[in-house]
Design a protein around this ligand. Sequence first.
Ligand SMILES: NC(=O)c1ccc[n+]([C@@H]2O[C@H](COP(=O)([O-])OP(=O)(O)OC[C@H]3O[C@@H](n4cnc5c(N)ncnc54)[C@H](OP(=O)(O)O)[C@@H]3O)[C@@H](O)[C@H]2O)c1
Length: 243
Amino acid sequence: MPPGSPKRLAGKRVVLTGASRGIGRAAALRLARAGAQVLAVARDAEALASLAFESKPLPGQVFPHSCDLTSEGEVEALAEVAARRLGGVDALVNNAGAGVFRELEKLAPGDFEATLAICLKAPFLLIRAFAPHLEASGGDVVNISSICAVTGFPGAAAYCAAKAGLEGMSRALAEELRPRGIRLSVLRPGATATGMWKDIPGEFDTGRMIPPELVAESLEFLLSQSRRVWTETMVVLPPDGRI
Ligand SMILES: NC(=O)c1ccc[n+]([C@@H]2O[C@H](COP(=O)([O-])OP(=O)(O)OC[C@H]3O[C@@H](n4cnc5c(N)ncnc54)[C@H](OP(=O)(O)O)[C@@H]3O)[C@@H](O)[C@H]2O)c1
């Protein structure tokens, strides 16, 4: 099979978080089109059911699973459900994310904690819960970061901290998991045209942002790459080079 062949995804059992909309929804459809079995995770059960319905004609399958990833108990239950439903897990994609974007004095400590809970603590809980399953399959973890991990923006202190933390944690866990046969990569997109921008104060031209389907294409590439290479971090930006 040629390197980077999407054929490698046929039958692959993928747990994908944040699948109810935006990048995650596009990714679920893309992976199912390539034949993957996708457990699509988010809180919005109705949106997940409509995603599963839309995926029906595709060669793969999308199974909806509604849960709150900031709850340790719900993440542990998810790992059990995933292993049972999919018969094992070949890849975990930590895509779910959200941020509270406010200037310093308007950013309450609870806003800061909530941003870290979904962008940083949830991936930790998920990797911890799924590591035994991924070790058994020789699987992949892909953490969806952001250009905010390496660039500062006013009003984005919590989100930048969470994404920088996610990349720091990813570097440590990539080394820790490598001897266990688990490959961990970071996918770091620039501005992507999703509903996330509705919650950010200011005016933004979503027309020049990356379409979520193209971030999904990069994810498909990472998951279908030969096990003989490791893409530590993939950075995807709009073609004008702006973030
Ligand atoms: N859009 C951008 O410009 C951009 C750029 C770089 C990186 N990213 C990153 O890409 C990822 C996807 O972002 P997006 O733009 O597609 O955002 P989005 O459209 O707002 O989608 C966010 C997803 O996360 C899920 N989610 C949020 N909180 C959750 C929770 N507590 N439990 C379970 N699921 C939860 C949401 O589902 P429910 O609400 O149904 O739970 C939704 O499916 C995020 O990690 C984001 O930081 C985005």
